[in-house]
Design a protein around this ligand. Structure first.
Ligand code: NOJ
Length: 548
């Protein structure tokens, strides 16, 4: 792969603690993950994104870091981590880790020192106010679970700022020492061999918080600085960022306006995610067509990361209230399935009623649209959720490897598991697991393997230009194309339940031996392109032409 490896990657995101437990203590660990690398290689994964791996009091699934220079002892030690990097590298898999530097845990020694005395060298590493800030109850990310962004600390006798939970005090980015420390953390892990970082909460990292000002200035130049730093340390290292901001702000996160990206390489496409969910809910591709049309031009080297589900709730906050209600009605009708008034805390398979056709359709769409696909562990076998777990934990249950006790995830007593395995009749581990699906050519897992292999043969997908093709189609059908120097692919996806016929005759002059390279079923050989049948919830990936 070239140094732009991230444009061709298939990223797989997992929590070490729920993936595979090698020592029987009920918590997944690095050795367990190493034992499953062959599985990931066979699936076609080329990049692992590990949710936070650091020591943590674990009050926000590890997003409350207590020591940036170590791994959580529950997972193993740095030696195990170095071995993971080596073993993954042997299989052509790169590893990126979560970089959570907007805040620390309140148990981090920096904060403990900072709060203990106004003279602490770490006092200014956090954001304080002598008086109660007027915006104390504004800007909460987790409404319902969090009711303020400024909390009074009795030991410090000041108010401290926390964009997220109150046990996650924000670091003070205005302090040059904090900036240097962030760079040092990056350098440390790059030196160990990670391929880059998934940067958590980027718009908040660069927020130069002023008490009382809910719209404090943002120092985007820090991102330029950080990018330069990591690129000098490791030329092909990548920043993949979470920046769920207004669409017109996104370009500033990719770069400072020059022709090349000089800030974040890849941004999660939250806008597309919400619109995809709406399109699937309404059986209507209009929102995807709009998204393709509205996509801002990216600077050279900038890339989207597409996803259907991640470790958080489906975030519908960028939709209108009416649109959001349509998605809720279809995919999360019960209040218990919803979160923070804006999201859905379910996995995709149950959201789609377990309908195999719709599940394939959704992923075929995700993987064929522009951007690098990111998959969450367990999606490839159609895992379900456990709504009896609190909040976002509903979708953070152990990976279902087999029908053995605890889904083959761990040999511990069930009461000692980090979280219970899903065991309901429909999505429970005895029905949905890797072992059952591994050798079954008709399984969802086998389908994912085929689909990812197909993607490998179609380099224009993801990194080439991606456009809507305006041709006569029945309701519910989307046609789009991907072009690159390697050739052209055309995709037909039917978001509706009824079969139909698509007329691609206007593409005939470009076509050389067009053929289906992936489809929901056997279709008659492509002859003339003026009447192509497409099944309800069907999809066809057609190679139109290949360039030498
Ligand atoms: C965004 C992460 O995706 C989420 O899981 C976490 O709770 C917050 N950032 C706080 O770090």
């Amino acid at each position: 792969m070239s140094d732009r490896w991230y444009e061709k990657a298939v990223v797989y995101c997992l929590d070490i603690d729920t993936f595979a437990d090698s020592n029987g203590d009920g918590v997944g660990d690095i050795r367990g993950l190493i034992g499953r690398l062959d599985y990931l290689a066979r699936l076609g994964v080329t990049c692992l994104w590990l949710n936070p791996i650091h020591p943590t009091p674990n009050r926000d699934d590890g997003y409350d870091v207590q020591d940036f220079y170590n791994v959580d002892p529950r997972f193993g030690n740095l030696g195990d981590f170095a071995e993971l990097l080596h073993q993954a590298g042997n299989r052509g898999i790169k590893v990126i880790i979560d970089l959570v530097v907007n805040h620390t845990s309140d148990q981090h020694p920096w904060f403990q020192s900072a709060r203990s005395s106004a003279d602490s060298p770490y006092r200014d590493w956090y954001v304080w106010s002598d008086t109660q800030p007027a915006d104390r109850h504004q800007g909460m990310v987790f409404p319902g679970e969090q009711n303020e962004t400024w909390t009074y600390d009795r030991t410090a006798k000041q108010w401290y700022y926390h964009r997220f939970y109150k046990f996650q005090p924000d670091l003070n980015i205005k302090n040059p020492q904090v900036r240097e420390e962030i760079k040092k953390i990056c350098a440390f892990w790059l030196q160990l061999g990670v391929a880059g970082f998934r940067m958590d909460a980027v718009p908040f990292i660069i927020e130069e918080t002023e008490p009382g000002n809910p719209n404090s200035p943002k120092d985007l130049a820090f991102l330029t600085d950080l990018r330069q730093h990591i690129q000098w340390r490791k030329g092909d290292a990548v920043l993949l960022a979470e920046a769920n901001v207004e669409p017109d702000q996104l370009k500033h996160f990719f770069g400072d306006g020059g022709g090349s990206s000089n800030r974040i390489h890849m941004l999660f496409d939250f806008m597309l995610n919400g619109r995809l969910m709406l399109a699937l809910a309404r059986h209507d591709p209009e929102q995807i067509i709009d998204a393709l049309r509205d996509t801002p031009a990216l600077p050279d080297g900038g890339q989207w990361a597409t996803f259907l589900r991640n470790h958080d709730e489906v975030d519908l906050s960028r939709l209108t209230a009416e649109q959001r209600n349509d998605v809720f009605a279809e995919f999360g009708p019960d209040e218990d399935m919803q979160l923070y008034g804006r999201g859905i805390r379910r996995r995709l398979a149950p959201m789609l009623g377990g309908d195999r056709r719709r599940i394939e359709l959704a992923y075929a769409l995700q993987f064929s649209l522009r951007g690098t696909p990111v998959l969450r562990y367990g999606e490839e076998i159609g895992m379900g959720d456990d709504l009896s777990q609190e909040g976002r934990d509903a979708i953070r249950t152990p990976m279902q490897w087999s029908s053995l006790p605890n889904a083959g995830f761990s040999t511990a007593a069930p009461k000692d598991l980090v979280r219970p395995v899903v065991s309901d009749p429909e999505y429970g581990y005895e029905t949905v697991n890797v072992t059952l699906q591994r050798h079954d050519p008709t399984s969802l897992l086998s389908w994912f393997e085929r689909m990812i292999r197909t993607l490998r043969e179609a380099p224009e997908v993801g990194s080439g230009t991606c456009r809507h093709v305006d041709v006569p189609v029945p309701p519910g059908v989307l046609v789009h194309r991907a072009d690159d120097t390697t050739g052209t692919m055309v995709f037909i996806h039917n978001l509706g339940p009824d079969e139909g016929v698509v007329d691609l005759s206007s593409l005939e002059p470009e076509a050389q031996f067009p053929n289906d390279i992936l489809a929901d079923r056997e279709y008659p050989d492509l002859g003339k392109l003026d009447a192509l049948p497409i099944a309800g919830y069907g999809y066809r990936w057609v190679r139109l032409c290949r360039k030498p």
